[in-house]
Design a protein around this ligand. Structure first.
Ligand SMILES: NC(=O)c1ccc[n+]([C@@H]2O[C@H](COP(=O)([O-])OP(=O)(O)OC[C@H]3O[C@@H](n4cnc5c(N)ncnc54)[C@H](O)[C@@H]3O)[C@@H](O)[C@H]2O)c1
Length: 289
């Protein structure tokens, strides 16, 4: 299915962090018009500069040619005012993993967007229904959970809230398939499938590290060499972002009260110290900025 086969044509993306930028690139590559909203002009410009750099890398590696990259780039606009999302058929928010921030955003999006627009969240763990219920269109709200890095990862979890209509879910699925991704449909419960299974493992890796059971490098080497995983757990936490990981574990623990989800104290301390992983230049590893 391609962009020509779906009713949705213009996509709004809110949040210009790791995931917002990645999803904007995926949607533009699939042929959708993309309006990316960042709160600041600097954020919007940084996102466009990041997209330019990503496209230049792909051209250099021969994965795309210059004219295709230029067409993709021409489909992306970066704005700061939320009102500029008014003409979007689907808006996907990808701001910080904090329910009150997301609810405030959904209230504003409900005011700004046409009543027929789908409002979607890229949340990893938060209850989609609690975002749906602050709007006057709870049947048009659903979760569309991309994975990191969005251009490389084939999976998307589609998460209908108990308020989501079948039509909304079908349109969201058509959008995801037009982006070339494989959707799986998951109930609106914390962690969906992937993070409910992945995060106890990541959390326990932090506990092993903190207990001195093995060094950072040996923990990562063990899981790469022993399970054939492409990345070790501590490397993966740095990629996801330690603040986002902590928010995910907190949400999982709040929902299930399973001790496996209780965040390792070291994770909370590292977030307090702003050692958030790749995005701040330091986490379990150091990164040249
Ligand atoms: N990092 C991952 O691996 C991953 C994967 C899938 C989904 N997600 C989800 O995507 C969402 C964004 O995560 P990310 O990794 O891109 O985070 P990020 O930290 O890279 O970006 C967060 C964005 O939210 C913005 N923001 C912060 N506070 C805000 C506020 N009060 N109002 C509006 N915007 C605000 C920031 O400016 C930034 O642009 C979260 O819901 C997260 O759970 C993350």
């Amino acid at each position: 299915m391609g962009v020509m086969d779906v009713a949705i044509k213009r996509i709004g993306v809110v949040g210009s962090g790791i995931m917002g930028a990645g999803v904007a690139e995926v949607a533009a590559a699939a042929g959708f018009e993309v309006v990316l909203r960042s709160r600041t002009r600097d954020g919007a410009d940084a996102m466009l500069a990041g997209l330019d750099a990503s496209l230049a890398r792909q051209v250099k590696k021969g994965r795309t040619d210059e004219s295709v990259a230029a067409e993709l780039r021409a489909r992306v606009t970066a704005v700061t005012a939320l009102d500029e999302l008014a003409a979007c058929d689907l808006v996907l928010e990808s701001v910080v993993e904090d329910l009150s921030v997301k609810q405030e955003l959904f209230r504003e999006l409900d005011r700004v967007c046409t009543p027929s627009a789908i409002l979607a969240t890229n949340t990893s763990t938060l209850p989609v229904v609690e975002m749906a219920m602050v709007t006057d269109r709870p049947e048009r709200v659903c979760g569309i959970h991309f994975f990191n890095p969005a251009p490389a990862m084939s999976l998307v979890e589609l998460v209908p809230a108990i308020t989501t209509s079948d039509e909304t879910l079908a349109e969201a699925r058509a959008f995801v398939e037009a982006c070339g991704k494989r959707p799986v449909t998951v109930k609106d419960q914390a962690g969906f499938v992937v993070n409910a299974l992945l995060f106890p493992y990541l959390n326990n890796a932090v506990r092993l590290f903190d207990a001195g059971v093995a060094s950072r490098d040996d923990i990562d080497a063990a899981m790469k060499g022993g399970c054939n995983f492409p990345m070790g757990p501590l490397e993966l936490l740095d990629l996801v972002g330690l603040d986002t990981s902590l928010a995910i574990l907190d949400a999982l623990y709040t929902e299930f009260h399973d001790p496996n989800f209780a965040p390792a104290p070291l994770l909370r301390r590292m977030v307090a110290a702003q050692r958030l992983g790749r995005k701040t230049g330091a986490g379990f590893y150091d990164y040249q900025r």
